[in-house]
Design a protein around this ligand. Sequence first.
Ligand code: BTN
Length: 249
Amino acid sequence: MVAEFTLNNLIYLDTIDSTNLYAQELLKSKKVSEGSVIMAQHQTAGKGQRGASWQSKPNENLLFSLILEPTFLPVSKLFYLSKIIALALVDFLDKMAVGSAAIKWPNDILIAGKKIAGILIENNLSAACINSTVVGIGININQTVFDKEMHATSLKNEQGIEVQPRELLSNLLLAIHSRYIQLHQKEWQKIDEDYLQRLYKYKIWAGYQDQFGNFQGSIQAVRDNGQLEIVTEKGELRTYNIKEVRFIN
Ligand code: BTN
């Protein structure tokens, strides 16, 4: 069984470079167990996907990292971890009635086309095994002003009310725990169905950009290894790794 993720294992920090970096340091010292959570009010060097930084105004948002030990997961199914974490965030936002949340491949969380949460998963592998994973999550809670090019929103922008980020943590951990159990029980099909049901622009014609330029396409599938399949208007099936394709509208 997977032990519950509770606030008993919470390390609450005022300011830190990045909760993911802090979690990785803890793992190196081996003084940490599955379910440990590191939360910070402010990050001075928050990490985003693809080497980007994660900007967040101090004290306004929920920033944390959860340590997992998914040693039961075959490396070939690693992307399922990404799927269940994205689904847990969608479940959580559904419960908060924030509006219809969608998962923009691979795992950005959007409300009405704007990003409300980001996920950065860092796996520590040895040969074909997963030793440990740091799941970093940033959810925009009370921040109302974002750079325009970020196309971001927050709970406050959507619902007009302020909540203490820390108050949301235990419900979010519950949501992650129930999806993590699905992963542990190898419910691949159910996870796939739920992921595709909430996948942004799934089977909808939309604009994309790849190394050859802009094109209209429709997402057909996400492979077990996380690659995205898009069919073009000419009927050509193109497959992408992260970074190789951009959504343009
Ligand atoms: C993304 O680029 O969408 C992923 C953003 C992940 C941000 C979170 S905030 C808490 C944790 N610590 C980090 O340094 N990054 C993640």
